[in-house]
Design a protein around this ligand. Sequence first.
Ligand SMILES: O=C(O)CCC(=O)C(=O)O
Ligand SMILES: [Mn+2]
Length: 184
Amino acid sequence: MRGFGAPTERYDAAIAALTEVSPFRQLYTPGGRPMSAFQSSCGDCGWYSDARGYRYESLDPLSGAPWPPMPDFFVALAREAAARAGYTDFEPDTCLLNRYVTGARMGAHRDADERDFTQPIVSVSLGAPATFLWYGAARKGSPIRIRLEPGDVLVWGRSARRGYHGVQPPEGGTRFNLTFRRAR
Ligand SMILES: O=C(O)CCC(=O)C(=O)O
Ligand SMILES: [Mn+2]
């Protein structure tokens, strides 16, 4: 949904306040490889990865304290976007915050650590533009390329819920992404 998350300025203060509590940090794959996007979370749980695997954590492992709550306007936006895409009962319990600086990217993967795959993924792009890659059912082949501008919102679910996707490095400057999920 082009520009559905606009105006984008309203996120800046929220991201700053959230990452004051739970800072952006570099996570490692279970195999020990550093991820190039820095991450944080808000909500009832937060996505995490280290040698113990991919999972959701109720407390921020960095502080031992709960993740900061999801701002109300984040929840409202995610629910509205989901409803427009036909998911009228989306109840996100977590929002993953991704920060991409020069050269940072996200390789092809699928969001598969959640319990209920009838709930969609709602993904909001902020800051520098970047190209999103949609591979679909298999990680191989040439992906569909979608250039994401700040304020653009992607929603995917149903047969696409476990589709492979990735994102190329931002085109100048820093890009943020908010990924809303029902994890538990
Ligand atoms: O940054 C993006 O647009 C995608 C992020 C993503 O796929 C994820 O965090 O799982
Ligand atoms: Mn993803």
